[in-house]
Design a protein around this ligand. Structure first.
Ligand code: GYE
Length: 332
């Protein structure tokens, strides 16, 4: 019933393409959340989760983590996939408000433009938990907590590695940014820039968005290769775009990891494989496994317990050797 509301709205708005995926995601979500009570006794918590999309290996792992954690925690999960479009996420959140879910969680595709819909949730008395990505709102009463990584720190770690790797050598860097306006794109860019600021020999000569997808990374890298004869380093805001860049570099007859070095963020399996094969040089980890923590937070909030306003994920970094050692046990 609830799902039909969302479908009707989506159709009205003519988002037919988005619908196919949203439907697929919904049924995946309901399979997870609706399948029998495994929870701890009293009435089941209903969570509406508005996911960004399915743009990357990271996102797929994040979705699986949330669905599995909901099942384990006995939380009924209503899940929607916004296809990386803010208007779809806003529609999904409004639909969850109409359905009177107990708690709404979402990973905001971009940072700004959320105040109105978050106020609607607040007025309806439904707590909102931000996972993975933050919103840029002055009114922090609009959400209970933000659970996720420190993206500035991730960018800094990538920048620190570049400074160590290239020292005083003249170094041309091309940057493949994540989704324009998304917290991880804004923060990773800033963190990296801070760390290389003291090294005038390390220069970002081009910077463009690849929208966190492999195809986007490939396309941007092809353009960079055409217009820049000397590229020493690619800084890609996620593994998938780095993997796309590898394809472009190889197609141009160059050797990724050697002729052009690559540093990325995420450490998903495909990225770690490329790192262990020497095609990527360094990866900063960003963990997508936020599901269990999210369910804990939701239960605490609904039980009237206090939660920290910011919960930061613990993460590491990987060299090529470390990737070889870590790969066999890598879960995503
Ligand atoms: O790094 C990227 C994904 O928000 C941290 O989104 C997440 C980012 C992640 O598409 O792969």
């Amino acid at each position: 019933m609830a799902r039909r509301n969302f479908v009707t709205q989506a159709l009205t708005a003519g988002i037919v393409g988005a619908l196919a995926l949203a439907l697929a995601a919904c049924s995946a979500g309901s399979g997870t959340g609706g399948g029998g009570s495994t929870g701890g006794g009293d009435s089941k918590i209903v969570m509406g989760f508005a996911q960004v999309g399915a743009e990357s290996g990271w996102r797929t792992a994040n979705t699986k983590s949330i669905q599995a954690a909901a099942k384990k925690a006995g939380v009924t999960l209503k899940f929607s996939d916004a296809q990386q479009k803010q208007e779809n996420q806003i529609k999904a959140i409004r639909s969850y408000i109409q359905q009177k879910v107990d708690v709404i969680a979402f990973s905001p595709v971009v940072e700004t433009g959320w105040d109105t819909v978050l106020k609607e949730a607040k007025d309806a008395g439904i707590p909102v938990v931000l996972t993975d990505r933050a919103v840029d709102s002055k009114d922090t009463s609009l959400y209970v907590t933000f659970l996720g990584s420190d993206f500035v720190k991730e960018g800094q770690k990538a920048g620190d590695w570049a400074v160590k790797e290239f020292g005083d050598k003249p170094t041309n860097v091309v940057e493949i940014q994540g989704t324009t306006g998304a917290a991880p794109a804004i923060d990773r860019k800033a963190g990296f820039a801070q760390q290389i600021a003291a090294k005038p020999n390390i220069k970002i000569i081009a910077s463009q968005t690849g929208d966190f997808t492999r195809a986007g990374g490939k396309q941007v890298m092809e353009a960079f290769l055409k217009s820049n004869p000397k590229i020493d380093l690619v800084f890609a805001h996620n593994d998938d775009m780095g993997l796309g860049a590898i394809e472009a570099i190889e197609a141009a007859g160059k050797v990724p990891g050697k002729d052009i070095k690559i540093v990325t963020i995420d450490a998903v399996k495909d990225g770690m494989t490329a790192l262990s094969e020497g095609k990527i040089n360094y990866i900063v980890e960003c963990s997508p496994l936020l599901g269990d923590q999210l369910m804990d937070v939701a239960k605490k909030v609904l039980a009237g317990k206090k939660v920290e306003p910011r919960i930061v994920t613990v993460e590491t970094t990987f060299t090529q050797e470390q990737a070889k050692a870590a790969l066999p046990d890598r879960k995503y």
